[in-house]
Design a protein around this ligand. Structure first.
Ligand code: C2E
Ligand code: CA
Ligand code: CA
Length: 589
């Protein structure tokens, strides 16, 4: 595309003026009223001209909506981009046979001046006419020109209002959308690139605003708006926008050297001085989408660039190009989280299964673990390992935990004073019990159901995160204080520092399946497991082995002094009816 066309994106364009806007045109009509009154002419009008048509946008006592350009008198003003005065159309061979002279509105006198935008590009005309021949003084022409400048000032202001970011002064998202729209109409074949740039961690910025006030943060945003063009040195065709707080965009042709990678490299290591001795390190993330303006609607282009940017942020890398595959996965994940919210809300398709825990001394079941299951209406049975990690990124996990707890309590209540009653543990995340009042709410639920707290236990993961968080530690202490049983899940995976255990109020340590796996085949694994079990026993923990799949493993565990076992060897996790049948059979034996 040529320079002037890209240039035109930023300024007031014929395209923008051609599109209907009742409020704007009402003001233009008031201008024509003023023109007629001031210059004492019966008729006046404002016309916009493109290559083919003249559009009369506003008029005073002038009965014409528009015409083809070649019939208009204004085309001569457009061609020369200078004023035109025709004192008597009948006396001029050039105009005597014009259809608007020989027919309605029977123009006999015409004076028109060009309307030009700030860059000097011709947009249209401001004209006065009469049905009788007249003269037009230099003063009158000067007045008409002054009025035309007022019209242009108004149109420029109207055009840019709401299209500029008030803090950075850069064109905003609405302007970007508008420009993408214009490109779509002008450019059918070239490829473009939209790069989104995040420099500021917005939650961090608002945290700063809380301490320092909005002033320094707005100053930071303005600094960024200055810094980006300084570092990137965009050409006249490359436009920079502020699309959201702390989020910038660069719109450029695909063939330029501006890519997300290049931009991220150029902006790496930026830091900002916030005054008062505070400096913030800024992390650059960039996401880009390549597109053909004619083929994609503006909002879709922006969405793709946002998708790429978010992928970069999520993956912790500095830049990312839009990828259909990542986008689909994110969309799938998003849909799944949405579906899960519906499932929880309407109690549809989610249910609990329970896996028994066996006492290795007696061989009898001594407890249950509740595990969530989801029968998705389209995707069928889904493993919790598919949807729990997604729910964990949102507040939905809290709703899910609440649901699991309520269902578990329902079961406990139903089996109250039944020989099948066994304590049940539920899986909770650090975020769950870090909430203020979690233990109190749990206690209230149990009291309302007239159940003793020993019947309910929680299983938690991530020792390190718990130790590091005061809220998590307090939550756990409170649960312990209220009499709930606490198990540490998956011990032996990831970070398992035994000295850490002492700082947490734990009752049961669950040895992860990966430790148990090699017990019957691998000597090293036997030695390690044996010493772990004896150490935990010495520290007075109840030790439970997870994922026990065969009798050989069970025998070794019993020999090592392990207290409890859970696994497919005894039972898979079972839905309630089958579980109760299994329990009755076990007890009868
Ligand atoms: P987890 O808490 O470690 O649960 C044990 C997992 O091992 C369960 O998988 C269970 O079905 C499986 N399992 C039990 N015995 C054996 C065995 O002998 N061999 C093998 N190969 N596997 C066995 P599941 O139900 O798919 O759950 C996976 C994970 O999802 C759970 O690991 C837990 O972290 C999470 N999860 C399940 N339900 C919930 C829930 O209600 N809330 C939360 N927050 N997480 C849950
Ligand atoms: Ca568990
Ligand atoms: Ca586990």
């Amino acid at each position: 595309m040529n320079n002037s066309a890209m240039y035109a994106l930023n300024g007031l364009t014929i395209l923008a003026l051609r599109s209907p806007d009742i409020c704007r045109d009402e003001v233009l009509t008031k201008f024509t009223d003023l023109v007629s009154e001031t210059l004492n002419f019966p008729s006046s009008f404002i016309a916009i001209l493109d290559d083919h048509y003249q559009y009369i946008k506003a008029s005073h006592n002038f009965d014409l909506d528009g015409s083809v350009r070649s019939d208009s008198l204004c085309q001569y003003v457009a061609d020369d981009v200078s004023p035109l005065i025709i004192p008597d159309t009948h006396a001029d061979s050039c105009f005597a046979s014009n259809p608007f002279v020989t027919g309605s509105p029977f123009i006999r006198f015409y004076a028109g001046v060009p309307l030009k935008n700030r860059e000097g590009a011709f947009l249209g005309t401001l004209c006065v006419t009469d049905s009788v021949p007249r003269s037009f003084s230099a003063d009158q022409l000067a007045t008409l020109e002054k009025l035309s400048q007022l019209v242009i000032s108004f149109l420029e202001a109207w055009h840019s209002a709401g299209f500029t970011d008030p803090v950075t002064g850069l064109p905003n998202r609405q302007q970007l959308i508008r420009n993408l729209h214009t490109l779509g109409k002008m450019e059918k074949s070239s490829s473009y690139r939209l790069i989104l740039i995040d420099l500021i961690d917005i939650p961090r910025a608002y945290e700063l605003a809380r301490t320092l006030g909005m002033g320094p943060v707005e100053g930071l945003l303005r600094d960024m708006a200055t810094l980006i063009p300084l570092r990137l040195r965009p050409g006249p065709d490359d436009l920079i926008y502020t699309v959201a707080t702390g989020r910038f965009a660069l719109l450029t042709q695909a063939s330029t050297h501006f890519t997300a990678e290049w931009v991220a490299t150029k902006l790496a290591g930026v830091s900002a001085d916030m005054g008062e001795g505070l400096s913030v390190d800024l992390t650059t993330h960039a996401g880009e989408a390549l597109f053909n303006p004619g083929k994609f609607p503006p909002h879709e282009v922006l969405r793709k660039a946002v998708s790429a940017l978010h992928e970069a942020i999520c993956q912790g890398v500095s830049y990312m190009s839009f990828s259909e595959k990542n986008d689909e996965r994110r969309t799938d994940d998003f849909t799944l989280v949405n579906d899960l919210a519906t499932a929880i809300r309407f109690n549809q398709g989610i249910y609990l299964v329970y896996q028994p825990k066996i006492c290795l001394n007696t061989g009898l079941p001594i407890g249950l673990e509740a595990l969530i299951r989801w029968r998705h209406p389209v995707r069928g049975e889904l493993s919790p390992s598919v949807f729990i990690p997604l729910a964990e990124q949102t507040t939905l996990l809290q709703d899910l935990t609440e649901w699991v707890i309520d269902k578990t309590i329902e079961r406990l209540k139903r089996l109250d004073s039944s020989p099948l009653q066994l304590p049940v543990t539920v899986n909770v995340s650090v975020r769950d019990f870090s909430q203020e009042g979690f233990a109190d709410r749990l206690e209230t639920k149990m009291i309302n159901a007239r159940l003793s707290p020993e019947l309910l236990g929680i299983e938690c993961l991530e020792t390190e995160r718990i130790i590091e968080s005061a809220a998590a530690m307090a939550g756990l202490e409170m649960l312990k204080l209220r009499g709930f049983n606490i198990s540490l899940d998956d011990f032996g995976t990831g970070y398992s520092n035994i000295s850490y255990l002492r700082r947490m109020p734990l009752d049961v340590i669950k040895l992860d399946r990966s430790i148990i796996n090699g017990l019957t085949t691998d000597t090293a694994s036997r030695i390690i497991t044996k010493s772990i079990i004896s150490m935990l026993k010495e520290l007075d923990y109840v030790v439970l082995a997870e994922g026990v799949e065969n009798v050989e493993t069970l025998d070794v565990l019993r020999e090592f002094g392990c207290d409890q076992a859970q696994g497919f060897y005894h039972s898979r996790p079972l839905p309630e009816p089958e579980l109760d049948e299994w329990l009755s059979w076990k007890i009868r034996r």
